[in-house]
Design a protein around this ligand. Structure first.
Ligand code: HEC
Length: 101
């Protein structure tokens, strides 16, 4: 009886943790989307990220390029904001198949 309860409780805890992480993840992607649409999309269409000879070939390159662009635009994004935009682009434009480096 006690054993069953314990198992039930741990399943609940796991489910709650999963729900929280999905939610905060979605929130960050949403912030990334907003930042990108407000500050970056004005210049290039989304096509720039899908061109054949694109310069961002891995998440590390992408992070560098995003950082360069936000500095170039004097946006003063925080680490978290840069990361949100990187994750947004990685999830919606790049779909890197190689592991992050
Ligand atoms: C002044 C216009 C302009 C603005 C503003 C701009 N970009 Fe760009 N971006 C470009 C052009 C032009 C290219 C393609 C030439 C190049 O790679 O330098 C490019 C290329 C890129 C690439 C590489 C695409 C690839 O895979 O080859 C990324 C990533 C990128 N921009 C991200 C951003 C982000 C993030 C912002 C906002 C902080 C931003 N850009 C704002 C003009 C702009």
């Amino acid at each position: 009886m006690f054993d069953g309860l314990l198992r039930f409780a741990s399943v609940l805890a796991l489910a709650a943790m999963a729900a929280i992480s999905v939610e905060s993840h979605a929130q960050n992607l949403e912030r990334g989307r907003q930042l990108y649409e407000n500050h970056c999309q004005t210049c290039h269409t989304a096509q720039v990220h899908g061109r054949k000879n694109r310069t961002a070939i891995g998440i590390g390159d992408l992070r560098e390029i995003v950082d360069r662009w936000q500095a170039n635009q004097a946006l003063r994004w925080s680490r978290e904001e840069i990361e949100d935009v990187v994750q947004f682009l990685a999830n919606t434009r790049y779909f890197f198949v190689t592991r992050a480096h």
